[in-house]
Design a protein around this ligand. Sequence first.
Ligand code: ADP
Ligand code: MG
Length: 282
Amino acid sequence: MNDVIVVGTDGSPGADAAVAWAATDAARKGLRLELVHVIERGTYDLPRYPIPWLLTTLGEAAEAMLEEKTEMVRARWPGLEVTTKVKTGSAVAELRAQAESATELVVGSRGRGGFGGALLGSVSLGVAGHAHGTVVVVRPTAAERGQIVAGLDATESSEPALAHAFAEASLRRAALRTVYAYAVPLHALSLDLERLRRAQYEFVRDRLAPWRAKHPEVNVIEDITSVHPVAALSEASKDADLVVVGNRGHGSMASTVLGSVSHGVLHHAHCPVAVVRLRGAR
Ligand SMILES: Nc1ncnc2c1ncn2[C@@H]1O[C@H](COP(=O)(O)OP(=O)(O)O)[C@@H](O)[C@H]1O
Ligand SMILES: [Mg+2]
């Protein structure tokens, strides 16, 4: 069941980058690739102007677009099994539903519509952190850098992210940079900052010890900083192939699905971002 990577496409260049990334990943992991397009007919429904055969026309256009993208994938990854699916409804809801039985859901950071200056589209934001399992939002990079970045915080929610990051680094034979950003409390003047710093180093060392033991083949670089986590992770993403974060962590309101750090990283990262959520977590 979980032997497929699902990629959402609206036919845009942003989605093409997502398709290429997903195909590369499927080939690396020995999985099947499924291209999904969701017809959001509401977009084309004009008040008091019924368009005959709208759904038929959109359906035919969707099939043709997916056929073209499939050919594009087959030309570059001849051995890969590729299937397609057309759905009708809300792109966010349909893609989330597809993610339930997939290893990974992949989308572009931008699509066809939206406001030109936006860094992140609404579909990307709507699926990241909300879908079960892992969602990758693709921002293309020019070349491979040989490094995976993982965000680490003081909560349990970064454990699935660490698991994912170590597995990715191992599979790709890449180095893993773990970024832990701690906030210096406001009453810093009364603190022994050197002791605080040492305590943070020990925390990270203990937290990573079981993962290092499980993956001795992975070269781990521990980054510990007191700059804002979004700034630290965005900066690290400049030299990374993938940034891995949990869906939420410390300081998130219980009602939010996506924490502010993951949200910020999705907007500002310079490379693809994987938001990893424990399957079954609510
Ligand atoms: N109708 C759709 N069907 C499938 N995937 C989609 C659809 N719309 C968007 N996506 C996916 O989401 C990504 C981001 O698109 P979106 O959030 O809609 O950005 P924008 O606001 O720029 O249109 C796309 O690159 C694509 O991977
Ligand atoms: Mg769109």
